[in-house]
Design a protein around this ligand. Structure first.
Ligand SMILES: Cc1ncc(COP(=O)(O)O)c(C=O)c1O
Length: 487
């Protein structure tokens, strides 16, 4: 089984006891997909709880349906926005889910919860005597440390030293231990090395939740993110034939899995994996440092279903940082208003984090590549928001000065309107196989995966479709766990 659901009764009993003492209940996948199923008791508690409060009831806010308020929100429709055409410069509609309204401001809280919840409910993780380790280049350790704190267990966050200062400041306040590894965004090998070191030193005292290989991460996005997107498409009345593409930059490859769900509903949809041009691993087997925090780690994640990926698009991180600057500086906003962007859309620009900007640029390139028309939709995702990166704006101001009118004009035409179809590749069978084969060097040679399993990922037709069959089993484990807490 790709997700370990074997029950360890002794450890499970310890976890039940701890959750009982702390008044913790765990949401099921069903509830994360459709939070109208959440009990009235829980909703009442949410009425008095802030979105970022370290309070276990916030586990029930691990859903795309949160009311977009910082305190007391219950549930409503899926949080999404449409990128105005004055910004995209393309005819097609670009629709994006918004991650800002998750607890602690990042969608990664979902992927981490989906790793932790089955481990608690089955007893494969001991919340009393073990520490949860969250290796990450982006928000995964943020979500992991936060969820660990909600559940009252110890955590270790591992991330590269060059990540934004906000990330470190906040983590220091939530995680038990924060470990900075050498390098920047794309230095994931150093993170894996640190995990091996910790494993050797601390052995059974830690459990490493490795997002790059854990199918719980894949499953959460398949079930929760994918269904949220489908709900939006239904709500907007988009015809099936107009659902053209899903674009997601890959870090762990988890978010991309929403595309696998969408493809079950819209078989012609193109699943597009985006990355930074400065680190074009999927496009060119390339490597390099870049500034799109959270994505592009110089390897192909184990949980990336390469066989189902239709296109690679590489986005220039200069365009990304430029557009991020334009969206967050007063002169930039003034200029966008002069180009006809409405106030509501200007207000929404704070919902784009750096990788969100990258995703939207990728979606624009895809719309141009396929010459999409007004009825067509490209779906993408804003995994967090600009509040995660305010220090980056300060750094850019120090380096380049405050963004003025001339900068705004240049950025508007260069980074937005001039997006083109360069650095993109539609994948044929052997292009996909070439990307899949790259997994060998990271996962079989270095990280202990087997030759047999890497081949199953490619040749076994049930390998990927078996994963969502585990959702009902996980929900049953969680329901039984909750029942024991309440008994
Ligand atoms: C800001 C940001 N965007 C995008 C991603 C990529 O998401 P995934 O890891 O699901 O591929 C991450 C991952 O950590 C992230 O932190």
């Amino acid at each position: 089984m790709l997700i370990n659901l074997n029950v360890n009764p002794e450890v499970r009993a310890k976890n039940v006891k701890r959750c009982k003492e702390k008044g913790i209940l765990l949401p099921t996948f069903k509830e994360m997909i459709d939070p109208s199923l959440v009990s009235e008791d829980i909703k009442k508690k949410l009425d008095n709880t802030g979105l970022w409060d370290v309070d276990p009831v916030n586990l029930y806010r691990i859903t795309w349906h949160n009311e977009p308020v910082s305190k007391g929100g219950e549930f409503g429709g899926v949080n999404f926005l449409e990128v105005p055409r004055e910004i995209s410069g393309v005819k097609a509609r670009i629709i994006a889910l918004c991650g800002k309204w998750f607890p602690c401001g990042v969608h990664k809280v979902g992927a981490t919860y989906s790793c932790l919840a089955p481990a608690l409910a089955s007893g494969t993780f001991d919340s009393v005597d073990q520490q949860a380790v969250w290796p990450s280049t982006g928000n995964y350790c943020r979500g992991g440390a936060y969820n660990s704190a909600l559940l009252g267990c110890q955590s270790i966050a591992i991330l590269p030293e060059e990540m934004s200062q906000e990330r470190f400041n906040w983590l220091q306040s939530v995680a038990g231990e924060v470990i900075a590894t050498p390098g920047c965004e794309s230095n994931v090998k150093e993170i894996f090395d640190k995990c091996h070191e910790l494993d050797a030193e601390r052995g059974n005292h830690i459990v490493i939740f490795n997002q790059f290989e854990q199918f719980e991460n894949y499953l959460w996005h398949y079930e929760v993110t994918g269904r949220a997107m489908a709900e939006v498409l239904k709500q907007l009345g988009v015809k099936d034939e107009n659902v053209k593409a899903y674009v997601s930059a890959t870090g762990s490859g988890g978010t991309l899995a929403a595309g696998d769900y969408l493809k079950t509903l819209y078989p012609n949809i193109k699943i597009v994996a985006a990355e930074a041009l400065q680190c074009p691993t999927l496009l060119r087997n390339g490597f390099g440092g870049h500034r799109i925090e959270g994505i592009g780690d110089k390897h192909v994640p184990w949980i990336h279903n390469v066989k189902n990926t239709d296109m690679i698009v590489a986005v220039d991180d200069n365009d990304c940082m430029d557009a991020y600057r334009l969206f967050n500086e007063p002169e930039g906003l003034k200029y966008l208003a002069s180009k006809g962007v409405k106030q509501e859309d200007l207000d929404n620009l704070s919902l784009y984090g750096i990788s969100g900007v990258g995703n939207v640029l990728g979606a624009m390139k895809v719309a141009k590549f396929y010459e999409l028309t007004e009825e067509d939709v490209v779906f993408t995702i804003l995994t967090d928001s600009s509040e995660m990166y305010t220090s980056r704006i300060k750094e850019l101001e120090e380096k380049l000065g405050v963004c003025d009118h001339d900068d705004s004009v240049r950025i508007y035409y260069q980074a937005l309107m001039s997006q083109n179809i360069a650095n993109m590749k539609e994948l044929g069978y052997y292009d996909r196989l070439a990307i899949h084969n790259l997994k060998y060097y990271t996962w079989v040679e270095q990280q202990g995966k087997t030759y047999e399993e890497i081949n199953r990922q490619w040749y076994d037709k049930d390998y990927w479709t078996d994963i969502p069959k585990l959702t009902a089993k996980i929900d049953k484990l969680i329901e039984e766990f909750n029942a024991d807490i309440l008994a």
